[in-house]
Ligand binder design. Structure first.
Ligand code: PGA
Length: 250
């Protein structure tokens, strides 16, 4: 049985005051069946860790360096994140692929660094609208998956987030059937890379305009094990509703 995971990706949003307000708004969560995590910007991570202490909400980063340490001005290493108390790191987000030209090879190196440091990576994959319309959605995500995961020492700690690029921040969501079809495909592809047993226990999150009014029908799908939530995770009330929707199924 896979425990649902709902993770907020706050992207480059927030001030110390707004982060404090948002975390206050998540206080007293009563969703024991669901794992909840937030990924603030780097500078707000210590604040989030302090506020989340003892709440059951864990904290992650939105990226990390491929390098372990050294002369990499401006970079943050995976071990710096574990040293602070982070549990998670989002890798391969489409905004990193698009605006920072991140290749599958670089994402694979970051993923290896994250695993070595004891972080649990959330690997994002997803096709653009053009790729979907050309009928290439499956081959694109399969290549992204293989590119990041092939040859890694262990994949037990890896979570996958399927985030169709055309659905991120656009208000467009993959239909539950479209999302389920891709999640089933990804689980099969993961089985090919890491074996049936690991694929059966791996959590596959959906991301892309998840909101309180579409979360429940997405979570009803058998291969959707939670969500990576952008915009709606910045509003405590909306994020709480999404977390509740992920709660015990059936
Ligand atoms: P969104 O972002 O929920 O605002 O579409 C999701 C993401 O980019 O992780």
């Amino acid at each position: 049985m896979r425990r649902p995971l709902v993770m907020g990706n706050w992207k480059m949003h927030g001030t110390t005051a707004s982060v404090s307000e948002l975390l206050d708004g998540l206080g007293g969560l009563d969703a024991p069946a669901t794992e909840v995590a937030v990924c603030p910007s780097y500078v707000h991570i210590p604040q989030a860790l302090a506020a989340c202490h003892g709440t059951g909400i864990s904290v992650g980063a939105q990226d990390c360096s491929h390098a372990r340490e050294g002369a990499y001005t401006g970079e943050i290493s995976a071990s710096m994140l574990t040293d602070l108390g982070c549990q998670w790191v989002i890798l391969g987000h489409s905004e990193r692929r698009q605006y920072h030209d991140e290749s599958d090879a670089l994402i694979a190196a970051k993923l290896a660094a994250a695993l070595d440091a004891g972080l649990s990576p959330v690997l994002c994959v997803g096709e653009t609208r053009d790729e979907r319309e050309a009928g290439d959605a499956e081959s694109v995500v399969a290549a992204q998956l293989r590119g990041a995961l092939e040859g890694q020492k262990s994949l037990a700690q890896v979570t996958i987030a399927y985030e169709p690029v055309w659905a991120i921040g656009t208000g467009l969501t993959a239909s539950p059937a479209q999302a389920q079809a891709m999640h089933a495909f990804l689980r099969q592809a993961l089985a090919g890379l890491a074996g049936e047993a690991l694929a059966a226990q791996a959590r596959l999150l959906y991301g892309g305009s998840v909101k309180p009014d579409n979360a429940a029908e997405l979570f009803e799908q058998p291969d959707i094990d939670g969500a990576l939530v952008g915009g709606a995770s910045l509003k405590a009330g909306d994020f709480r509703q999404i977390i509740q929707a992920a709660g015990p199924r059936g």
